[in-house]
Design a protein around this ligand. Structure first.
Ligand code: B4P
Length: 196
């Protein structure tokens, strides 16, 4: 059973690597960003609320996000492990996740930190804006997302580092190179994919 999370600034490759690792490790990738975007597309109440925060580069309120993730983690397919992508992002979300796992006698096996400098992340997100037209990928909103990340989320890495579970991975290079680095680092911890 493998329980992982991926953490890093917007554009560091979390969503990209989560999909690849999910396939390699045979565990569901749970992306709060994807869940919010699905709801925006579906025009649900949650989607309308989430969009009002996402379009400004702000985090969706903890109360909403925590309820959503608790429900998702309680689903049967997460029993055999999971890879959280983009959650937790605040100290309150860490507390909620800790509590959820502790009541089940579980804990995280590893926290994969993806690093990438600001010039690279901004240029990746502007490229994605040109290709996909995501409404939160305009330059002003991207800069704001990076500020919010530095203020709210970057400090969480120290929290997990003090528990000895952080694996820091250089997110620069090709997508395949980054995947190989993560797979190697997890392999060193005894966390292996189903098949090579
Ligand atoms: P997310 O969906 O998590 O968006 P993100 O931080 O931009 O990362 P993403 O995973 O999409 O991008 P990636 O780096 O993989 O969150 C969006 C919003 O949802 C947040 O701003 C917030 O409002 C809300 N939200 C989500 N979770 C929340 C939470 N827990 N609490 C509150 N609010 C929450 O990829 C970026 C681009 O780089 C892609 O185009 C990709 O193709 C490219 N790329 C990736 N790897 C590359 C490589 N090695 N080389 C070149 N390009 C690469």
């Amino acid at each position: 059973m493998t329980r992982l999370l991926l953490i890093g600034p917007p554009g560091s490759g979390k969503g990209t690597q989560a999909a690849r690792l999910s396939a390699r490790l045979g565990i569901p990738a749970i992306s709060t960003g994807d869940i919010f975007r699905d709801n925006v597309r579906g025009g649900t109440e949650l989607g309308v609320l989430a969009k009002s925060f996402m379009d400004r580069g702000e985090y969706v309120p903890d109360s909403v996000t925590n309820d959503l993730v608790r429900d998702r983690l309680a689903a049967a397919d997460a029993d055999s492990g999971f890879l959280l992508d983009g959650y937790p992002r605040t100290a309150e979300q860490v507390r909620t996740l800790d509590e959820f796992l502790a009541t089940r006698g579980h804990s995280l096996d590893a926290v994969v930190q993806l690093t990438a400098d600001e010039d690279e992340t901004v240029s990746r997100l502007l490229r994605r804006a040109a290709e996909q037209g995501r409404t939160d990928d305009t330059e002003d909103v991207i800069r704001h997302r990076l500020e919010v990340y530095a203020r709210e989320t970057a400090p969480l890495i120290d929290v997990y580092a003090s528990r000895g579970v952080v694996v820091s991975i250089d997110g620069l290079g090709s997508m395949d190179e980054v995947t190989d680095r993560i797979v190697d680092a997890l392999g060193g911890l005894g966390i292996d994919g189903k098949a090579a």
